[in-house]
Design a protein. Structure first.
Length: 330
């Protein structure tokens, strides 16, 4: 009888230990800083220390819990900051503390999120990865960025990846008349990557150092492709913006290249906006990265953008800028 009771006790303890193991959660803190010395090339611009890229200057706090049966839950968040002065730089009408903050469940069905969520974007098709300055998207001057906004009061569903294909849908659920809705379809398998993004509803406006969602009936469509040939990775992107009423306000074509050469990586890019006023439609960038380690990279860029000198009255004179920079990730 005592042996039987002891056996039951051991089984109960084992079950409790297993339950406790499933309930354990892990918290991870990561991030990066990307700062440099830049002159934008605009008329009257001065050389100054500059924070380069929104998401390139951020602290990420991620919590994950194993719920058992292949199901996990957790919390993802990001705090963005201005690397030049230390101020907050997260998206929101009042310079929010968190650029994104959401809880999620993930498993064989895919991933569901609720909260403040970053929608699908096109930064993967930018040789500079949207890090400002010479970047083709979210850079200085003419920018071809598609999506990538922080959508407040949002829900998101991402499918599992099947044979390289995946899709995600993000929508705000709020008091807006024009809720922001984003559908992204992706393919990534071997050297080839493809994306298609369609956005309807509330447009973007830049305020307080970040992107705020405004209640306007605008839309955006982006199609991108890249192929890694080994000696170089080439990318192509077309982004079309439409304003209220459906009139096309911008039509960007973006071509980029990255060429790895040991510790060095050469960068090159070209942007053209077919709907811009004449003489204010083109940006050309070149640059180089030097990897001091897996986490620390030095870089330098030159860029020329016709929009940089767009002062009233417009003269049509292009501006030439430069950046020297350092990035560290942790």
């Amino acid at each position: 009888m005592e042996k039987f009771a002891m056996k039951k006790t051991l089984i109960a303890l084992a079950a409790l230990a297993a339950t406790t193991a499933f309930a354990q959660s892990t918290a991870t803190i990561s991030g990066s800083i990307n700062v440099g010395i830049m002159n934008t090339g605009a008329s009257g611009a001065q050389t100054e220390v500059a924070s380069l890229g929104g998401g390139a200057n951020a602290i990420n706090i991620n919590v994950a819990e194993d719920l058992g049966g292949g199901l996990r839950g957790g919390f993802d968040s990001q705090i963005r900051f201005n690397a030049a002065n230390g101020d907050r730089n997260s998206a929101g009408a009042v310079n929010a503390l968190f650029h994104t903050a959401n809880t999620y469940l993930t498993g064989g069905f895919g991933t569901a999120r609720i909260g403040s969520i970053v929608e699908a974007g096109t930064c993967a098709f930018d040789p500079w990865g949207c890090t400002g300055g010479a970047a083709l998207q979210a850079g200085t001057g003419i920018s071809a960025l598609g999506g990538a906004a922080s959508v407040k009061q949002a829900v998101q569903y991402t499918t599992p990846t099947v044979n390289g294909f995946s899709a995600n849908y993000t929508s705000s659920l709020s008091a807006r008349t024009n809720e922001r809705q984003t559908l992204g379809v992706n393919y990534a398998n071997g050297p080839l990557a493809l994306t298609a993004i369609n956005i309807k509803g509330s447009g973007n406006s830049t305020t307080d150092g970040g992107t705020a969602i405004t209640d306007t009936a605008t839309s955006q469509r982006a199609i991108g492709a890249s192929y890694d040939f080994g000696v170089a990775r080439l990318s192509f992107l077309n982004t079309v913006n439409k304003g209220v009423g459906g009139a096309t306000t911008a039509d960007f074509t973006s071509i980029g290249a990255t060429v790895p050469m040991g510790a060095y990586t050469l960068l090159a890019g070209f942007n053209k906006n077919d709907r811009a006023t004449a003489n204010f439609d083109t940006k050309i960038s070149v640059g180089v990265n030097y990897a001091l380690s897996k986490r620390t990279t030095l870089g330098a860029d030159l860029f020329r953008s016709e929009e940089l000198a767009a002062i009233a009255p417009r003269t049509g004179t292009a501006g030439s800028g430069f950046v020297t920079r350092i990035r560290h990730t942790f």
